[in-house]
Design a protein around this ligand. Structure first.
Ligand SMILES: C[S@@+](CC[C@H](N)C(=O)[O-])C[C@H]1O[C@@H](n2cnc3c(N)ncnc32)[C@H](O)[C@@H]1O
Length: 311
């Protein structure tokens, strides 16, 4: 059993004991078992809205400050100390949440709970439009490309004051959201990433493609020489489906089709363009590279191209 050290203000729950022996192989189990042994302790240690240890408490396991919180492992011989966090408050922390592809029903319950219980929620206007129906208006910080640095500083200041702060990104934060994540990472002591559903996953579901037979390419990131080089490479290889993110607005589907044909790809190759996936005005375009090249309407900036591998 692990040796658990309680801070003086919580020792009354355990009949005045400073050290108690508790079973559990993770911090979460230790907290739950502490509460079984000494009812009421969980309420002091655990924040159910955020599903984490309360911000005013630090957990030290065998001399190391816990980084994973409830998920951190505990050995039977471990010493676990619960200590009031230095300064009496949480370290400055911002939670970065992916809010899904547009339909609010794709926001996970975990993300919704965090958002509902936050004091400040920042994001670009389109991103916030997906969440603003369930967050008090005064909590929203609307970013624009021009003011983002300044407003993210404000969010970081809120976090330093102990407010619960969230930064929302589109889709899943693990797909092409690194620029925004880096902007907040260097302003606070800690960030936590909460993923949601990506537009890439929705595109795979719409087309019925297996992710394990597919590759994901984004053109958002500019390459030094030829933006279409990687795409051409995998098309030539032909053994993977390709899920492709175009680049608004200089490398949109028509320009991509044109570039591929110029690079020698077969102009009769069939591609699908999914626009505004999961939204009420979602549209799907299907045709050959040549037809795409000559298509004379604008595609939405929320578009994903799928090119299936040859059978
Ligand atoms: C910067 S990336 C962010 C991707 C996002 N993190 C995700 O997981 O979906 C933005 C691009 O994702 C694609 N995208 C995002 N949402 C979409 C949607 N609902 N329908 C189609 N494409 C979408 C578009 O190509 C858009 O330009």
């Amino acid at each position: 059993m692990a040796q658990v050290w309680l801070p003086s203000e919580l020792q009354s729950y355990a009949g005045g004991q400073q050290i108690v022996e508790i079973e559990g192989s993770s911090v979460r189990q230790i907290v739950n078992n502490l509460d079984m042994a000494f009812p009421g302790l969980k309420e002091c240690l655990y924040d159910p809205d955020m599903d984490q240890i309360v911000g005013s408490m630090a957990v030290i396991i065998d001399g190391e400050t816990s980084q994973l919180g409830l998920l951190d492992k505990v050995d039977p011989a471990s010493e676990v100390h619960f200590l009031p966090a230095i300064g009496g408050g949480a370290s400055s922390k911002v939670i970065v949440i992916g809010i899904g592809p547009g339909d609010p029903d794709f926001i996970t319950l975990k993300a919704k709970n965090i958002l509902r219980n936050s004091d400040s929620v920042a994001g670009f206007t389109t991103v916030l439009s997906v969440v603003e129906s369930f967050i008090p208006h005064e909590n929203l910080i609307k970013l624009t490309y021009r003011n983002q640095e300044e407003l993210l500083m404000q969010l970081a200041e809120d976090a330093k004051e102990g407010k619960r702060c969230v930064l929302c990104a589109w889709g899943d934060i693990n797909f092409s959201a690194s620029e925004l994540i880096e902007r907040i990472r260097n302003k606070v002591e800690e960030i936590e990433l909460i993923p949601c559903v990506s537009s890439v996953q929705i595109a795979a579901s719409r087309s019925g493609l297996k992710m394990e037979e597919s590759i994901f390419i984004t053109l958002h990131k500019r390459s030094e020489d030829d933006d279409l080089e990687e795409l051409n490479h995998y098309l030539n290889e032909g053994n993977r489906n390709i899920i492709l993110i175009p680049r608004p607005f200089d490398l949109m589907p028509q320009a991509i089709a044109k570039g591929l044909i110029a690079n020698g790809q077969n102009s009769s190759k069939i591609v699908t363009v999914y626009q505004k996936l999961s939204m009420s005005d979602e549209v799907e375009w299907h045709g050959s590279l040549e037809e795409l090249c000559n298509y004379d309407s604008e595609f939405s900036d929320l578009s994903i191209i799928v090119i299936e591998k040859a059978l």
